[in-house]
Design a protein around this ligand. Sequence first.
Ligand SMILES: C[S@@+](CC[C@H](N)C(=O)[O-])C[C@H]1O[C@@H](n2cnc3c(N)ncnc32)[C@H](O)[C@@H]1O
Ligand code: SF4
Ligand code: SF4
Length: 460
Amino acid sequence: MPLEAAPTDGLPADVRQALRAKPALRPAGCDGAAALAALGETQRRLRTRLASAEARAFDQLIHLGAAPASGLAMVPAAALGLTDPAFAAAEPADRAAPPTGLGSLVLIAKLTRHCNLRCTYCTDWREGPGNRMTAATQALMVRRVAEDRSVATARFIWHGGEPSLLGVRRMLGFLWLQARLRRPGQDFTNSIQTNAAALPDPVVALWRLFDFKVSVSLDGPRAIHDRQRRTARGSASFDAVIDGIARLREAGVFAGVLIVVTPEVAACPVEKLVGELVDAGIHAAGFLPVRPDAGTGEGPYLPPAAFADFLIRLFDLLRTRPDLRFDVREIDALHAAWQRQATGFCELNGPCLGGYFGIEPDGTVRHCDKFLGSADHALGNLAERSFADIRASAEMTALKQREAERWLRLRTCRWYGHCKGWCPHESHIAARRGAAGRCCGLAPVFDHFETLAGAERQRA
Ligand SMILES: C[S@@+](CC[C@H](N)C(=O)[O-])C[C@H]1O[C@@H](n2cnc3c(N)ncnc32)[C@H](O)[C@@H]1O
Ligand code: SF4
Ligand code: SF4
């Protein structure tokens, strides 16, 4: 069933967006007290579902409110059942000194590569030992951020494999390390990307407690999702994911879905795609063109022209069907970029080298996690290099040189000032497949915006 219309018209756009992404928290009359009461009730309900050991930790933390970065460090690690020697050894370095810069880091942390699904296009999952980040490597990762005085804000994106498989204790451990090792004045935030196929209640409660933004992978209509995203045992996962989304929404942490656009998704009529999502109560999505292996360029692929065509069809549906109330991250960002406004989206923000790192379970650092498999994008290990070393490394210099050459090639496109070259990974794959051109691939979308705006002007 589509969601009922919400009385949000008089609210600012960002508030409307937030309420839309969290329909279960949308209060009937949009008054803040009702929203807070809904939150308190959710928290109480979650508490009753916890096993007794988790409940004790939950009580301690609830006491601290939603400010784990300052509060959690006051709870001794042992009291939270964190017995790994890495916790006892975690001593903050140089605590008194605040950051000297306003830099920001985004760390896509592969906390485990174990996974309960076997998605057709995915090469991220692994089996067996050595594929989960130890507490010692987590501590090293956090310490490397804390020791970098140029960093004022760090965002940890919990990735994998499937991060929900870590369980409450290990998650709490990672949060505790952040609280313990954070430099005063540094701001840390956490978000998570999950398949939501088997979310234990204590894990959802923990995410609620620490105010995570939880994004769920769902590949559109049931039939396609169940073909693309099967469990390790070979069964369908759609129903379990929809149930997971309902529980995340109830907890108020659901941020939206990520959909991998394979050629099959791109061939699905957009009315059907969006209609099925809206019927499932989903009103916000990001779309990832399926990417081949970054090393060889081989594997399932949606070329930029096909992705641009898909986005144009989506845009035309949404502008003619505002009643669907469906937000697409890429379209919102492209529309903002076309108007030369800030997009808040790395792919349209220009240079990203040095600001986004993928961290493997063994501490290997890569530029972004999209470059898994590309030896050129491996930048050493945190055990040997600080982030400052990595930024100054010969490998990083070589990547920057390659980026500069890419920009020189793309800047003849008249939309270059808007797209800023799009995501370097797209150009990297296009080059691997012998198709690097003078446009990143997004020009048709901007051309379409321009045509529509021209027609609008003529009508006015
Ligand atoms: C690697 S998964 C890790 C987190 C979690 N297991 C999940 O599926 O959400 C992160 C995201 O990458 C997407 N992904 C995996 N392989 C991909 C590929 N070859 N091309 C595009 N996206 C991919 C997944 O669908 C998911 O949205
Ligand atoms: S659930 Fe995530 S990590 Fe697991 S196979 Fe699917 S995309 Fe890969
Ligand atoms: S490589 Fe692409 S996805 Fe990764 S940080 Fe850069 S723009 Fe973003």
